[in-house]
Design a protein around this ligand. Structure first.
Ligand SMILES: CC(C)(COP(=O)(O)OP(=O)(O)OC[C@H]1O[C@@H](n2cnc3c(N)ncnc32)[C@H](O)[C@@H]1OP(=O)(O)O)[C@@H](O)C(=O)NCCC(=O)NCCS
Length: 172
């Protein structure tokens, strides 16, 4: 297992993990038609933009030289509400199903938090669907639920929760 900063060459691998992990994670939560139409090439364009953003921190985790997960984060996008008081945000964290439960997620968060601390970011948020059992991962890392919202995905209204963290590197 190896964690490193993502490069422009990782665009396709990240897009592939993104689509695969969405399909396994959100089956039964997000409408099946929406999941079926997810395309790696569309996500590639999204990640090309992300990887070109100097203020974006993106890390990948590899197993046997193959990317099996990633995390992306940066400045908090919230403009109002309690969540806007936090400085940073995890935009996305996804591992392939077979790479989950091995501690990689915790290590990816730590890599991002190291970057945040170097940039003087001392708090962060993450949004997660209330129906996603992975939200317990954020609770395990010490996140506190600070807000709730509604998001429309593929025509279905879903509740999402926002977790807030005060960053103390030793605690992660
Ligand atoms: C969420 C995710 C990034 C966590 O990474 P991971 O490598 O699987 O988690 P770790 O092995 O580092 O687990 C850390 C702790 O969180 C707990 N945890 C992780 N996922 C959990 C889950 N789904 N349910 C309950 N607890 C969970 C682990 O049990 C572990 O607790 P412990 O320290 O007491 O053993 C990963 O499982 C994943 O990609 N899930 C699918 C995609 C997803 O939901 N992404 C988040 C979208 S907002």
């Amino acid at each position: 297992m190896n964690i490193r900063k993502a490069t422009m060459e990782d665009e396709k691998a990240i897009a592939t993990v993104h689509v695969e992990s969405w399909k396994t994670t959100y089956q039964g939560i997000v409408p099946a038609e929406y999941l079926a139409q997810l395309s790696v090439s569309e996500k590639e364009q999204l990640w090309q933009r992300g990887l070109n953003q100097p203020k974006h921190s993106i890390f990948v985790v590899e197993e046997d030289g193959k990317v099996c997960g990633f995390i992306s984060g940066g400045k908090n996008r919230a403009t109002h509400g309690k969540e806007a008081k936090y400085e940073g945000e995890i935009y996305a964290i996804y591992l392939l199903k077979e790479a989950q439960g091995k501690g990689y997620g915790t290590k990816l968060v730590k890599a991002l938090v190291d970057d945040f601390q170097r940039d003087g970011i001392r708090s962060m948020v993450v949004w997660v669907l209330a129906d996603n059992p992975s939200r317990l991962f954020y609770e395990r890392l010490g996140g506190e639920k600070i807000a709730e919202g509604i998001i429309d995905i593929g025509g279905k209204k879903l509740t999402e929760w926002c977790y807030g963290f005060q960053l103390c590197i030793d605690e992660i």
